[in-house]
Design a protein around this ligand. Structure first.
Ligand code: AMP
Length: 186
């Protein structure tokens, strides 16, 4: 099973990704988490990514595509994966398509989790108080939402045209949303 989770910051992609990965026994790949670890380790990639992340901007496509390509060539991802937070631009989606063609990986679906924007901002501000993340101040949260709508939302149309986009309401309790996602996939 190979899936992509799309959705604005705060919609619960990370939480749902964990549930779905457990269900299908597949690898959860969150580019945000990978980047935060690189920053923590003070690696070259981490050093390059830090300013973009702290300002709520997207890290350059080439850097992200390099991370994904390496990760998808490893053994543990051959049984399946869920991409959480990737792709985030049309150019990343095109790069991803090339990688999957090369690896002969077929995508099973793209799940778009939806929610009202003001509700998301409220949720994120609450989470930001104790997440310890450097990009969860109210101003950066608003900026990240804007970045999503301008740079990432065009992917909804892209995957609609590919006929693999499935929309799931991301509001409600965690178990209900997981059920909705599983029903949509099967
Ligand atoms: P996330 O944990 O998915 O909210 O990502 C946190 C931050 O990491 C984002 O605001 C971006 O700065 C960066 N990031 C994560 N994934 C990507 C991606 N696919 N492309 C560019 N930047 C990304």
């Amino acid at each position: 099973m190979r899936l992509i989770f799309l959705g604005p910051p705060g919609v619960g992609k990370g939480t749902q990704a964990k549930q779905i990965c457990e269900h299908y026994k597949i690898i959860h790949l969150s580019t945000g988490e990978i980047l935060r670890k690189e920053i923590f380790d003070k690696s070259l990639v981490g050093n390059e990514a830090k300013t973009y992340i702290d300002n709520g901007n997207l890290v350059p496509d080439r850097l992200i595509l390099g991370i994904i390509e390496n990760r998808l060539k490893e053994n543990d991802t051959q049984q399946g994966y869920l991409l959480d937070g990737f792709p985030r631009t049309i150019s990343q989606a095109e790069g991803f398509q090339k990688i999957t063609l090369q690896l002969k990986h077929r995508l099973n679906g793209v799940i778009s989790l939806t929610a009202n924007e003001e509700e998301l901002i409220k949720r994120l501000i609450k989470r930001g108080k104790d997440s310890g993340r450097s990009d969860e101040s109210p101003e950066i949260i608003r900026h990240r939402q804007k970045v999503y709508w301008t740079q990432t939302a065009p992917l909804l149309e892209y995957y609609t045209q590919e006929k693999i986009l499935k929309k799931v309401d991301g509001l409600g309790n965690i178990t209900d949303i997981t059920k909705r996602i599983l029903e949509t996939i099967s």
